[in-house]
Each structure stands twice: as structure tokens, then as C-alpha cells.
Design a protein around this ligand. Structure first.
Ligand SMILES: *Cc1c(COP(=O)(O)O)cnc(C)c1O
Length: 379
């Protein structure tokens, strides 16, 4: 089955007992066991729930893994994944990971004795030389947030295999529609399904998917032991959102191409960050490993122009954190999503005060063009 059909018919797409074409929401916490000491399929909903399982099999199919696990948030999925490791283990981590992931690593996992080295994942030599005798995994995102830097998944996974360490990729920005890290050699894919997979800004959820039997067993154990599972209502809502991922992404991409063109030719925009722009540093690698380049754009205004004025000029696009929903969202990383990073470090990492991040929605292209023009004309 091709990807767009899998979105709708993959995993368990209908109720096996009634044929209902939408998987029912099984709210039961526990299940009647027919005999003492049997091996029932369903026992208790933390350990397994039919609605959650339908979603988990679907996402395993979409990422071409053997098992998927649904969590209460992307952060919970990342926490459970990092819980595979033990005190004294070392991980190499991308220097441009999601702020919450950075916080989880530095303020939580370090307390339990995990060690981390932060590296620019575009620099393969630096990645390899960061590997120590106690390294167990390499963890990164591609494209990154907000600079949309591209890491070469196949090349990094090859380095990892050579040193017998695992590769974990946060595939939130690309989505399985655009990129399948497991196929490129990664061992685990994590997602904040809060973003494109849910797609409607009405849900917080996370996923971990693997193609390795042993890791699958470990993640099942951790999901049940830690207990940060996704509830049946949200599992259903996420499965519903995923069904339209293909239709949504096609419009996201169309609108993004138009806006990239508009921004690129305007003198008030100094620099544009978009993996699909042939002038962008990561373009060649992105072209090699992604089916399409996604719908996140970052851009810098020309020196002296105030990003707040740009945003004040908008009438339709909403000022908000988060991304990946049907509605276009815009933000200034320096004072919003990345405001907690000290200014010197932020500038060192390439995040200028003038940087604007735009999550392009699926509104009418003409309205988006008009609104971005409003913003530019307000400068
Ligand atoms: C939002 C996000 C997360 C965290 O997910 P939550 O669902 O908010 O917990 C992790 N990684 C990336 C890339 C994200 O954008």
C-alpha cells in the first residue's frame, strides 16, 4: 500500500468486532478475564488498550517500524526512550534540539547519571569524535528548530553502527510523510504528535517507533512501567488527525513554496531558512533524505527592521508558539520559544533577534500572500 493509503487503512483502521470504520474509543480501565491464569489480550489499559493499539500499529506502519508506542506528550515519549539507558551511559546530542528536550536532558536525566555531549550534527567528524567508550546512543532532530538545519541521517546512523551505538531521531518537523529515519538506518524515531500528526492544534501526544525487536521489548516495558501512556480519547483523536496528514501536507507544501518565493525576492528580508531552497546549506542532504521539505520557514529581516512590527501588521496569521497545525502560526524565537536561552548563546547558535519562525498552515494561498505582504508593509 502506498503511503497516502496507509494513512487511512494502515494499522488497525476499523473495529475488528463490529466493522465500524472508525476505531471505537475503549474507555475501560480493566478487562474481564475469562479464566484464572489465562493469557488475555487485554488486561489493564496502561499495559494495553485497543484504541491506543490501533494508533500504535498505524504509526509503526507509517514509519516502517515493527512497533509503535503512544505517550501523553512528545516529551513523555522522549523521556521513556532515554530511560532505556542507565547511570554512566553517555549520549551524543544535537546542539539544536527542542528546548524541552534540552531541559529534560540537563535538569532531569543528568540527575540519574546519564552523560551528554552536545554537537553540531552537520559536522560528521565532530559527531564521530564525540563518541566515547561509554557512548550508547546519538540523539538528534532534522530539520531543527528554528534554523531548520539538516543532519545526514544515513551518514550519522553509519557512524553509530560502526561504534555499536543506537541512533534516535526526533522526526517531528519532517513527519513520516516527508522522511523515514528508520529506513535510513535509525533505531528509534520519536515524535511530538502534538504538531503535524495531530495537525489541528487540539491535542498533546507523543510517539516512539522502532524496527528493532529488543528495543521494542524495552520500550513496551518502559511504557508500562513509567505509565505516561496516551489515553483512549486522545489516541482516537490522533488517529483521526493522521488520516488527513497527506491531504494537509500537500496544501502545507503548496502554500510554503509560494511564501518562500515571496519572502526571497523582498529586499526587507535578509535571509531565509528553508531546506527546499537550493541556496540553503542543508539543501543537498535534505533532497537526498526527504520526500518534500516541510512547511516550516524561518527568516531574518534586514538589519534594523523590527520583527514585532512585522507581526503587528498581520491580520490572519496568529502569533503563537507551537507549529504543524492547519492554521498558520508565527513567532519570534529570541523572545518566545528560545527566550530562555541566554542571548550570547542564542547568537552563537545563530538565532538572531530579527529571526521570525513561520509555521505555514493550509489557509487559502491568496490570503497568506496578502497577510505576509501586510506584515512587510508595516515595517
Ligand atoms: C514540541 C516538540 C517536542 C515536545 O513535544 P510535546 O508534545 O510538546 O511534549 C519535542 N520535539 C520537537 C521537535 C518538538 O517540536
Amino acid at each position: 500500500m502506498k503511503f497516502n493509503s496507509k494513512l487511512i487503512h494502515g494499522g488497525i483502521s476499523e473495529d475488528p468486532t463490529t466493522g465500524a470504520v472508525s476505531m471505537p474509543i475503549y474507555r475501560a480501565s480493566t478487562f474481564h478475564q475469562q479464566i484464572v491464569g489465562g493469557t488475555p489480550t487485554w488486561e489493564y489499559s496502561r499495559s494495553g488498550n485497543p484504541t491506543r493499539q490501533a494508533l500504535e500499529q498505524l504509526v509503526a506502519d507509517l514509519e516502517q517500524g515493527i512497533a509503535g508506542f503512544a505517550f501523553a506528550s512528545g516529551s513523555a515519549a522522549i523521556h521513556a526512550t532515554l530511560s532505556m539507558y542507565s547511570a554512566g551511559d553517555h549520549l551524543v546530542v544535537g546542539n539544536d534540539v527542542y528546548g524541552g528536550t534540552f531541559r529534560l536532558i540537563n535538569k532531569v536525566m543528568k540527575r540519574f547519571g546519564l552523560e551528554f555531549t552536545v554537537v553540531d550534527m552537520q559536522d560528521l567528524a565532530a559527531v564521530e569524535s564525540a563518541i566515547q567508550t561509554n557512548t550508547v546512543a546519538i540523539y538528534f532532530e532534522t530539520p531543527t528548530n528554528p534554523l531548520l538545519q539538516i543532519a545526514d541521517i544515513a551518514a550519522i546512523a553509519a557512524i553509530a553502527k560502526k561504534h555499536q551505538v543506537q541512533t534516535i531521531v526526533d522526526n517531528t518537523f519532517a513527519t513520516p510523510y516527508n522522511q523515514n529515519p528508520l529506513v535510513l538506518g535509525a533505531d528509534v524515531v520519536v515524535h511530538s504528535a502534538t504538531k503535524y500528526l495531530g495537525g489541528h492544534s487540539d491535542l498533546v501526544a507523543g510517539l516512539a517507533i522502532t524496527n528493532d525487536e529488543k528495543i521494542a521489548e524495552e520500550l513496551a516495558f518502559l511504557q508500562n512501567s513509567i505509565g505516561s501512556v496516551l489515553g483512549p480519547d486522545d489516541s482516537w483523536l490522533l488517529q483521526r488527525g493522521i488520516k488527513t496528514l497527506g491531504a494537509r501536507m500537500r496544501v502545507h507544501h503548496e502554500n510554503t513554496a509560494t511564501l518562500v518565493k515571496l519572502l526571497k525576492q523582498d529586499a526587507r528580508v535578509a535571509k531565509i531558512y528553508y531546506p527546499g531552497d537550493p541556496d540553503f546549506a542543508g539543501y543537498q542532504v535534505a533532497k537526498k533524505q526527504m520526500n518534500h521539505f516541510g512547511a516550516m520557514i524561518s527568516f531574518e529581516l534586514a538589519a534594523g527592521l523590527d520583527p514585532k512590527k512585522f507581526i503587528d501588521g498581520l491580520t490572519m496569521i496568529s502569533l503563537a508558539e507551537s507549529l504543524g497545525g492547519i492554521e498558520s502560526l508565527i513567532e519570534i524565537p529570541a523572545i518566545m520559544t528560545h527566550g530562555a536561552i541566554p542571548r550570547e548563546i542564542r547568537l552563537e547558535n545563530g538565532i538572531q533577534d530579527e529571526l521570525i519562525r513561520l509555521s505555514v498552515g493550509i489557509e487559502d494561498e491568496a490570503d497568506l500572500v496578502a497577510d505576509v505582504t501586510n506584515g512587510l508593509n508595516n515595517l
